[in-house]
Structure formats: C-alpha cells, structure tokens
Design a protein around this ligand. Structure first.
Ligand code: CTP
Length: 399
C-alpha cells in the first residue's frame, strides 16, 4: 500500500479554548499514527479545557503554550514553530482567535506563530451557532479568506450548549482531506472533473428493481483523490450508502436515464470525465405504479435498452477533453477493453477484472488494466484509494 501523505510532514496544530478541543486530541493521535511530526500550540483558554500533557502524550512532542516561558520554551518559539511547518491547522478556532487573526494581532504564541509563518493555514471554526452567525464573525471569516486562509466550514447539528445550528467542529474525515490536499501536488488545479460512480437502479414497481453489484467505492475514491489534487469535482452517483467525499459536489440519481440527464448537463463544462459507474444496460419496459402481486408477475420480463451514456459522450467529445471509461469484464480483458476504447472514442479505459473478490465490484482493493491509444499497462494490485491516485497520474499526463 502507498505511504501516508502525512508521513514525515511537519504539522503544527493550534488549539483554542472551546469544548471541541477534546476532539482535536483524537486528530493528533491519528496524525501521529500516520507518522506526521505534530507540534501543538495551545492558547491559555485551550488549557482550561484540556491539559498540554494530553497533546504531548499523543503527539510525542512538547506542547507550546506561552511566549515568555523562558527556559522551558525556545525563546524564539514564535518564529521557529511555524518556520519549518508544512501546514498549520487551527482547530478548534474560536470567534476570538479569528477576530485577532483578521486584524493581524500577535498577542499570544499562537497568533504570533501564525503571523510569522509562511506555511498554508487551515482554520476550523467551532462555536455557538449565534456567535458563528454574528455579522462580526462573518466579516472576520471573509477577511481571513481574502488573506488566503482556508476555512473548513463547521457542521450543523446539536451543540454542547444544547443549541442547534451551524458551528460544530468539522468532522475528522473532512479535515483530514483538506490537510492531505494542502500537502499534495495540485496537478488538477483549474480542472473541472466529472466522475460517475455506483450502480443504477431500474425500477419494476415500488418494491423491485434491476441493478448490479457496484458499490461505488472506485468512483468515490476517484472523486476524493481529484479534490485532493486541486480539481473542482462533480460526482454523479447512483444509489450507495457511501458518504459524499469532502469538498466534492455530489448529485444522487437512481436510474440510467437520470444519470444520463445529469451527466450530459455537466459534460460540456468539464475537462475530464471519468465514467466509473456501472450503468444498467436495460430497464424494465413497464414501470408499475403499484406493487405487482406475485401471482400477477409475468414469468418473462420485457426489457428496454438504456442509452449508452459513455458512447454519447464519446460522440460529442470536445477537443482537449479527456474521456475515461471503465470496463467490467470477467474474461478477455484486454480485447474487450480495446473494443470499448475504440467504439466509445475514449482516451483511456480502465478494465476491471470482476471475476474474483479482491478486485472489481464491492472489493476494497483493485487491479486495473489500463488501455490508451498509446498502449496498455497493468497497475499494481493495491487499495482503491491508491489505484485512484495512479489513475489520476495517467490522466494528468493526458491533459
Ligand atoms: N456505460 C454507460 N452507459 C451504459 C452502459 C455503460 O455510460 N448504458 C459506461 C460505463 O460507465 C463504463 C463503460 O460504459 O464506463 C463500460 O461499461 P460496461 O458495463 O463494462 O460495458 P458495456 O458498454 O455496458 O458493454 P457490456 O455490458 O456488453 O460489456
């Protein structure tokens, strides 16, 4: 499997005084497990909620607290901490911290470190919904964005103060993805990409449908990786229980016809289209409004052909647009893949061996055979996440 994007990276985490500080202890632990070199800077109020010892134990490093703790702290700590950082994460970021940062104050170790560093800074606000919604906080957020800070929006939900609304610290999966993005090559920056994923469902009646074994994992991994590499990502997804990858715009569809409609609506504006979805080739000719009783079900189901979305995309492909298809095959992989590459006017096709349980449908791992106009290549057997990155490497080379 591939090495973690965090391994050996210097990540500074600034912790402010909010009850959500305890969640960040878990994040530090996760990053340390992935071999990141984590340094924590705590404000005075943060220390009212959680002790420096917790972060020291989890990060394996001294925790920085005061500007003037001579002897204990490096006297140039406010300069040194941020100087070598690969990225700085402020979490939880209070309204107070954001206000101070927005006007360039440097009145404690964290704000001074932020001002003295040239590393990218990610800010995760967490506060009461009314504080978050206050015009002053809103203005400060705008200012921080203008200054180049990346804001990871808080979530909506029930708060520790028993109020409901926007202001809950972002989830780790989202923060992890933004951190990974800040440490990754932005080789898809400026590209708008369209990824399709999952199966489609072709209903027969309100209870029954025709579908296939696609889980959506490969397409979702592709969407996630594209966001991390700087793309604007639209994911058109068939039914799956997978959560929307952070930073990705997702549109859920059910049937092949719905998928076609959404895909064609976006295709024109996208420089790359990757069709990982397993689209049902046929749908029942008749859709019954009410559940068909078993004694009335016809033994032979009459089917109607669905449009081949990828074929249509190949026909209308603009110059410079990269069109990537998938092929689900259980035999003659290279031959079938090449046929589809030509027939559908693709730049690249990723052939999935769906014969076993370690590749293709539902598996966490995959091994793709790639066929392009210039030849074939077998990717290593690896996780779908790593496979996604390897596939994007090849697509970037085609752009
Ligand atoms: N595809 C599509 N619309 C369809 C069927 C397939 O856009 N109605 C796309 C898939 O998203 C995939 C590629 O075409 O990128 C190949 O899909 P696959 O199911 O492997 O092949 P088919 O063209 O359906 O041919 P067959 O089922 O005969 O192998």
């Amino acid at each position: 499997m591939a090495q973690s994007v965090f391994a050996g990276k210097r990540i500074v985490i600034g912790v402010c005084g909010s009850i959500a500080a305890f969640k960040v202890a878990g994040w530090v632990s996760e990053l340390a497990k992935e071999e990141a070199l984590v340094s924590v800077v705590m404000t005075a109020s943060a220390r009212e909620f959680i002790t420096p010892l917790t972060f020291a134990a989890l990060s394996g490093n001294d925790v920085h607290t005061g500007m003037f703790d001579a002897g204990k702290e490096d006297v140039m700590a406010h300069i040194n901490i941020g100087r070598d950082a690969d990225v700085i994460l402020v979490a939880p970021a209070t309204a107070n911290l954001m206000a101070r940062l927005a006007i360039g104050m440097a009145d404690d170790l964290l704000t001074t470190t932020l001002l003295a560093s040239r590393a990218g800074v990610l800010i995760c606000p967490a506060m009461n919904p009314r504080m978050y919604d206050h015009p002053a906080t809103r203005r400060n957020l705008r200012t921080l964005k203008e200054l180049g800070y990346v804001i990871i929006d808080p979530e909506s939900g029930m708060m520790a103060c028993k109020e409901e609304g926007e202001g809950r610290l972002a989830e780790w999966d989202t923060v992890r993805e933004y951190l990974a993005k800040s440490l990754s090559a932005q080789d898809l920056q400026g590209q708008r990409v369209l990824v399709t994923a999952g199966p489609t469902r072709e209903p027969l009646d309100p209870a029954r449908f025709l579908s296939n074994r696609s889980s959506g994992k490969m397409g979702y991994a592709l969407a996630r990786a594209a966001f991390r590499r700087g793309a604007e990502v639209i994911l058109v997804s068939g039914p799956t229980t997978l959560p929307c990858p952070p930073g990705v715009t997702r549109e859920m569809v059910q049937t092949a016809l719905e998928m076609r409609e959404r895909v064609l609506a976006h295709a024109e504006g996208c420089s790359v289209i990757v069709k990982a979805a397993a689209v049902a080739d046929y749908r029942p000719e008749t859709l019954h409004e009410h559940k068909v009783k078993k004694e009335n079900i016809e033994k032979e189901l009459v089917l109607e052909k669905n449009p081949d979305i990828l074929f249509e995309l190949g026909k209308q492909k603009k110059s410079g647009q990269v069109l990537v298809g998938f092929a689900a095959e259980s035999k003659n992989l290279a031959e079938e893949g090449l046929k589809k590459l030509r027939k559908k006017n693709l730049d690249l096709i990723a052939v999935n061996d769906i014969g076993g349980d370690r590749t293709g449908f539902e598996a966490e791992t995959n091994q793709l055979l790639l066929i392009s106009r210039s030849g074939t290549e077998t990717l290593p057997f690896t996780s779908k996440a790593h496979t996604a990155d390897l596939l994007w490497d090849r697509i970037v080379a085609l752009l």
